[in-house]
Design a protein around this ligand. Structure first.
Ligand code: 6R9
Length: 652
């Protein structure tokens, strides 16, 4: 990728220094980089010391059989004890762990660490009664209610790896995951609230369970909405059990077993891929070390005073690492919200609970930009002190808007790059150290070795682009793909020996800071020029009338690929005016160059996104190439594609 491309992405050249008070009292300072470089294993061992272990490890890292890593070898630990019991034992039992906010107004619950410990213990006893034993897999398919956290921690307590399937996924998606990891128990709820109405979950579980033969022995059901459900109770030889029947009556005493550091903690299936789902396996000691340490480091968490809120759904890895395991292991007080981001609701929650640290995705930020700043301006968000972003590259416009409008121009923004596979944040500014550049995730964190390389695995050096790789193992790394070691090696480690290939394109700027450019499969080739989708999207979004943009490369007879853009206009732009398409094409040409001018621009009401906020470009590509639209089961809202297609047929 050219110099030109880099400077285009960097047309916002302001730098934001860390606030002086934050820097003065930061959990992690500049010296950490050198300390970690000097002895990486000692650095991670120190991070592991923050946790409570049964038996200490004999060896920090066993990398004798790459790419299969073992961390804290010989150590024993229980994740659930680290997330609840030890905070109670330390005298923090009355501290709120979760400020849970339901979607219906005034439907809230505050849950302290002691209450959480009792609930987790009851659930662990109830699961034991259902025959769940160490090593058994449990599928969880639930809305954002406290019981989902309880269920996960109860599984972790027993050493029964969970696999959480996002509640918006179809019965088919659930069935394939249950089958792949052979889950014998499914935990779900009758339904949940979405956009003001109760929607059902149990029927999808019934359908999925039917499809999986007699694999599933029990379905444990939380009553959330009270809607009617079809019921096959145990008394009539069925498999359904109400949560309130067996969990509420179970004992709140549960003696936890210590598990091996490498005992499987959970399997998380990655979405958006075709064919058999990839089950990312995370284990216990290293994962908990990596997530809890980075949560404390990157968000500068002060557990005594901070109120932390990560808006991710628990069905996504961010919900696992930075809503459940990281924050709870750190004894944080956090907000958990059941609903979707309706206008103003999030900001009211920030105001009501005096949220200090807020972590969300660029797609949400761009949606709020589209609605206009009047909405957040109506709330008092002066409690905020730090903002985080995850899931996609954050374009400079969205970064600056986030910082100014949500963060009152005082909060640093940490743009955190990581993956389901990495388990923990890998590349991010340190809020007390780094002068942030809008659009850049900056540097690998202390203890992490990242680089950008060319086709021959050579470092590209400053000022150049290539592929993002990780050069050294890290504690929360995936251990394998569930049941498929070969595919694990093939997918991540085969391109260049000894390097983990993340699948992302990236550039190093002149200072050596990293700019993520999206998945390498999102790189287009137009008349022999490599163009990044991120760059053109960023150019489109910098136009005052555009709220969001998605760009795909569609097959083109003359140019190989052609740029096709889908844009959502800001509310204030109305229909954009007659010449909007031409206006935007000219704008891209001006920002990047004529070569990047989209062949086609469609103004659309919505974009197809996964629940984690990633735009599913392959579906847009289907539209751009006039094909039947592919599998939409992983979309947060599967009707979006119909809207887009109807736009296409009505276009002149
Ligand atoms: C945590 C999560 C991983 C992919 C990753 C990359 C993209 C995530 C990013 C980012 C640029 C960031 N990604 N964070 N790209 N800047 N700060 O999102 O996990 O769902 O597995 O997705 O998301 O492309 O490879 P996951």
């Amino acid at each position: 990728m050219s110099e030109q491309t880099l400077s285009n992405l960097m047309h916002e050249d302001r730098r934001f220094e860390p606030p002086a008070d934050l820097a003065a009292d930061a959990n992690v300072t500049e010296e950490a980089y050198a300390r970690a470089d000097a002895d990486r294993e000692a650095f991670w061992a120190e991070a592991a010391e923050r946790l409570e272990w049964g038996r200490k490890w004999d060896q920090v890292l066993d990398w004798s059989n790459p790419p299969f890593a073992k961390w804290f070898v010989g150590g024993t630990i229980n994740a659930s004890v680290n997330c609840v019991d030890r905070h109670v034992a330390a005298g923090n039992g009355d501290k709120v762990a979760l400020h849970w906010v339901g979607e219906p107004d005034d439907d809230t619950r505050d849950i302290t660490y002691s209450q959480l410990k009792d609930e987790v213990s009851r659930a662990a006893n109830a699961l034991t009664e259902l025959g769940v034993r160490k090593g058994d897999r449990v599928a969880i398919y639930m809305p954002m209610i406290p019981e989902v956290v309880v269920a996960m921690l109860a599984c972790a307590r027993l050493g029964a790896p969970h696999t959480v399937v996002f509640g918006g996924f179809s019965a088919d998606a659930l069935a394939s995951r249950i089958t792949d990891c052979e889950a014998r128990v499914v935990i779900t709820s009758d339904g949940g609230y979405r956009r003001g109405a109760a929607s059902a979950l149990k029927p999808a579980v019934d359908e999925a369970v039917e499809k999986t033969g007699d694999l599933v022995r029990n379905v444990l059901v939380v009553r959330r909405t009270g809607q009617d459900v079809e019921w096959h109770g145990r008394e009539e030889g069925g498999r359904d059990v109400w949560w309130h029947d067996i969990v509420d009556s179970a004992s709140a005493e549960h003696e936890p077993e210590l598990h091996d550091s490498e005992h499987p903690l959970y399997v998380m299936y990655t979405s958006g891929t075709t064919g058999k789902p990839k089950g990312i396996l995370h284990t216990t000691g290293g994962y908990l070390t990596g997530t809890s340490f980075t949560h404390w480091e990157v968000f500068d968490l002060k557990p005594e005073t901070d109120v932390y809120w990560c808006t991710a759904d628990v069905g996504w890895v961010t919900g696992h690492s930075y809503m459940v395991y990281g924050p709870l292991a750190n004894g944080a007080t956090q907000v958990m919200y059941e609903g979707t981001p309706e206008k103003g609701r999030w900001w009211k929650i920030v105001q009501d609970y005096k949220v200090t640290i807020f972590y969300t995705a660029p797609t949400a930020i761009r949606t709020f930009m589209k609605q206009g700043r009047e909405i957040p301006d109506g709330y008092d968000m002066s409690s905020l002190r730090l903002l985080g972003s995850v899931g996609e590259p954050i374009n400079p416009e969205a970064y600056v808007w986030y910082r100014e409008v949500i963060g009152g121009d005082r909060c640093p923004v940490v743009d955190t790059w990581w993956q389901t596979e990495t388990g923990q944040i890998m590349i991010s500014p340190l809020p007390g150290v780094t002068a942030g550049k809008p659009g850049s995730a900056m540097k690998a964190l202390p203890g992490i070795a990242a680089d950008v390389v060319d086709d021959d695995a050579k470092s590209v050096g400053n000022g150049n682009g290539g592929y993002l790789v990780l050069k050294e193992p890290w504690p929360a790394m995936l251990r394998t793909l569930w049941g498929d070691d070969e595919r694990f090696k093939e997918t991540y480690w085969s391109r260049w020996p000894g390097l983990y290939f993340a699948g992302d394109g990236a550039k190093l700027d002149d200072d050596g800071d990293i700019w993520l450019l999206g998945r390498v499969d999102d790189v287009m080739n137009v008349s022999g020029h490599r163009l990044s989708t991120t760059e053109i999207e960023s150019a489109l979004v910098s136009h005052p009338k555009v709220a969001e943009a998605a760009v795909v490369g569609a097959a083109d007879e003359t140019t190989g690929q052609a740029v096709c853009a889908f844009v959502i206009l800001r509310d204030s732009a109305g229909d954009g005016g007659e010449d909007i398409v031409e206006e935007l094409r000219r704008h891209v040409a001006k920002e990047i160059g004529a070569i990047a001018k989209p062949r086609q621009i469609m103004v659309v009401p919505e974009l197809p996104k996964t629940r984690s906020g990633k735009i599913m470009r392959r579906l847009l590509k289907d539209v751009a190439e006039h094909r039947e639209v592919g599998d939409v089961t992983t979309l947060a809202d599967s009707t979006v594609m119909d809207l887009i297609k109807s736009k296409e047929t009505s276009a002149p």
